[in-house]
Design a protein around this ligand. Structure first.
Ligand code: OGA
Ligand code: MN
Length: 294
């Protein structure tokens, strides 16, 4: 059966059918998916009952996996999943929901802010692949914003203004926005800010996009309050409903997205319920500040 991709919104997000992705892919199938990603930026697959190993195997078709180290405050000994799996559930190692005041839960609430995965790493992520092993039926949607369309819709003056700006990204900033400031000195060293271009050019399509994220705390050369007000303004622009696809989870969905051209956030849900979401992340290949101005 041929791979078919059906658009879910005009030009953004597609649903893939005609392929079982828990099985090894042919070179042609992997290429068709990558081409689909370049076009849609978010792809949805239904009813894919992954083991962690199968999810990692599928993800490796698109590049090396990122290690989940340095992306949260969970001590290695307290991890529920291995280091190639980002645990975005609300669960502890005992598979039970974390207590309301658990530091790890409060830290993970940052996923409710619009962000791009690993924009706080010097070489940020290419793709994320999120598997819904146990989903909730009320709330807990994941929303995706198309940062290519958001860039295209800027007026010419704003496009010229953002073209060569460089932002500083850190988990310290995104968590600080929520009032989560109790980080250890080790956490602060681990989360030291990195620089990213505000405008990225996709390596295959050549399309430009806004590289926004709640991890941004400043713009190089700008006064901080002016930078934060501007970033907030751009984020409001970029996350208007016309740029957003809302994913309502069914159990065993796999959603993959291109972090270079999208932002996402999870919406609130009753956290006394189990929501077991497991992410693999495909590493990027270069620093955005090395990208030549187009
Ligand atoms: C992620 C994330 C959203 C969710 O996996 O990167 O932000 O729906 N999670 O849990
Ligand atoms: Mn995320």
């Amino acid at each position: 059966m041929e791979i078919t991709i059906t658009g879910l919104t005009p030009g953004f997000a597609g649903e893939v059918s005609g392929i079982g992705i828990t099985q090894p892919l042919t070179h042609a199938q992997a290429g068709a998916i990558e081409a689909g990603m370049d076009r849609y930026a978010v792809l949805v697959y239904r009813d894919q009952r992954f083991t962690d190993e199968q999810q990692k195997e599928f993800s490796r078709n698109f590049g090396a996996l990122e290690q989940a180290r340095a992306s949260n405050i969970t001590a290695p000994a307290d991890r529920r999943l291995d280091l190639e799996m980002a645990d975005v559930s609300n669960l502890g190692a005992d598979h039970r929901p974390l207590a309301r005041d658990d530091r790890r839960r409060l830290f993970n609430l940052g996923n409710q802010l619009w962000h791009s995965d690993s924009s706080f790493r010097a070489i940020p992520a290419k793709y994320s692949l999120l598997s819904g092993r146990i989903v909730v039926d009320d709330g807990g949607n994941t929303e995706f914003a198309d940062m290519r369309a958001a860039y295209d819709a800027l007026d010419a003056r704003t496009k010229a203004e953002v073209e060569d700006l460089v932002c500083e990204h850190s988990l310290i900033y995104s968590r600080g926005t929520l009032g989560f400031t109790e980080l250890t000195d080790d956490d602060r060293r681990m989360f030291a800010p990195v620089r990213q271009r505000l405008v990225r050019t996709h390596p295959v399509t050549g399309r430009k996009s806004l590289y926004l994220s709640s991890h941004i705390g400043s713009i190089a050369g700008w006064p901080v309050p002016e930078a934060r007000a501007f970033i907030r303004d751009l984020t409001e622009h970029a996350t208007q409903p016309r740029f957003v696809y809302v994913h309502r989870w069914r159990q065993f969905d796999l959603v993959m997205w291109d972090n270079r051209t999208t932002m996402h956030r999870v919406r609130r849900f009753d956290e006394t319920r189990v929501r077991d979401m497991r992410r693999t992340t495909v590493a990027g290949e270069s620093m955005t500040v090395e990208q030549l101005a187009a």
